[in-house]
Design a protein around this ligand. Sequence first.
Ligand SMILES: Nc1ncnc2c1ncn2[C@@H]1O[C@H](COP(=O)(O)OP(=O)(O)OP(=O)(O)O)[C@@H](O)[C@H]1O
Ligand SMILES: [Mg+2]
Length: 236
Amino acid sequence: MSLLEVRNLKVAYGGIVAVRGIDLEVAAGELVALIGANGAGKTTTLKALAGVLRPSGGSVHYDGASITHDPSHRLVQRGIALVPEGRGVFARLTVEENLGMGAYIRDDRHEVRADLDRIYALFPRLKERRAQTAGTLSGGEQQMVAIGRALMSRPKLLLLDEPSMGLAPLMVQKIFEVIASISAQGVTILLVEQNARLALQAASRGYVMESGAITLTDAASTLLASEQVRQAYLGE
Ligand SMILES: Nc1ncnc2c1ncn2[C@@H]1O[C@H](COP(=O)(O)OP(=O)(O)OP(=O)(O)O)[C@@H](O)[C@H]1O
Ligand SMILES: [Mg+2]
């Protein structure tokens, strides 16, 4: 049974329907990519899964229970963490304070300290800059803070929205290395990316979203080889 099961999910902004009844599954331990053009509904989907937006229809099951209408703080407690598009770091707080915000639901201070050390091991750059305010970091470093903050809640399911957006090639490579190592540690990942090639290379399966609907789903290697995907999303 899948860790995440989405059935006929619909999400609207007032009268504007952005997600038109999608089905999607992610098995425990899987890394799944969700790709699609601007405005396809990828961010809207992730926000609904994280409880930031309320679905207008359909159902979401997670870890054996319905979470369709659970608010975001409940979902964080249940192990779902969203790394939002644009990162959303607290610019005036230090790196370490930002990471600490990710652990606000936890009361096991000793373990939190150990997790902080694990995150600094994953991102040595953040350890060097632990006392620096996050607003003064580079885009890639801010992305590291956003991912690190999400990891501080000890997620079972990590929802990543465009982690490579706006980053220099070397930093994109670094972020994808980190995603692979988080995945290797057993965290289930749903990855939204405009960089479809890198996303499909990292993932085992993928979904293609167009105008609020899932139009294609398959093994990532099959999608990478598909003529339709190559023309529309891989710039070939
Ligand atoms: N707050 C909002 N109010 C009204 N419409 C919105 C809002 N946010 C998004 N939309 C609309 O919903 C649709 C899906 O947007 P969404 O941000 O989910 O797309 P996306 O696939 O993440 O795109 P991108 O690749 O540009 O990030 C778009 O048509 C967008 O204009
Ligand atoms: Mg988006």
